[in-house]
Design a protein around this ligand. Structure first.
Ligand code: ADP
Ligand code: MG
Length: 152
């Protein structure tokens, strides 16, 4: 039985710090999805993940490319599939999702049919200027354990 976990952060730094801690619990082939309105903090969260994975380069929203790859302890594949909204194009998602790195997908519901069953769904909601709610929905037992460890 998977149970969801909710927390709130009161600054961008707290969000990146939380994501950094999550990164320390991840392995090659892990897939995270990020949902939330524009400005919710999906890219901010990804910056924290990158830091936690030992990525040295600056992470920005992949605006003109759908995928950006970063070198770290594990490679990070940062996908922003917003521009695939009206398309059912498969850009080779499996190569990333079953690859040697961690994939993080902003606006993941646009590519729902391509998402692996085993993944961690994350929703970020705007509460106030610097406050966000973060909901974790683990899909699969591995991510149940990751979440339990993370929420300790
Ligand atoms: P998205 O990728 O979801 O469109 P961004 O991460 O690009 O959102 O932008 C989020 C904005 O909200 C950033 O300017 C960030 O500094 C700000 N922010 C304020 N409070 C928080 C918080 N608690 N967590 C994350 N971001 C926050
Ligand atoms: Mg973004």
């Amino acid at each position: 039985m998977s149970s969801n976990h909710t927390l709130s952060t009161v600054s961008p730094e707290e969000t990146t710090g939380f994501a950094e801690k999550l990164a320390s619990l991840l392995h090659a082939g892990d897939v995270l999805t990020l949902e939330g309105d524009l400005g919710a903090g999906k890219t901010t969260f990804t910056k924290g993940l990158a830091k936690g994975l030992g990525v040295k380069r600056t992470v920005n929203s992949p605006t003109f490319t759908i995928v950006k790859e970063y070198e770290g302890r594990l490679p990070l594949y940062h996908l922003d599939v917003y521009r695939l909204e009206d398309s059912d194009e498969d850009i080779g998602f499996d190569e990333y999702f079953h690859g040697d790195g961690v994939s993080v997908v902003e606006w993941a519901h646009f590519i729902e049919p391509y998402l692996p069953k085993r993944r961690l769904d994350i929703r970020i909601s705007y509460i106030g200027e610097t406050e966000r709610k973060i909901e974790l929905s683990p899909m699969g037992e591995d991510f149940d354990r990751v979440c339990e460890e993370l929420m300790k």
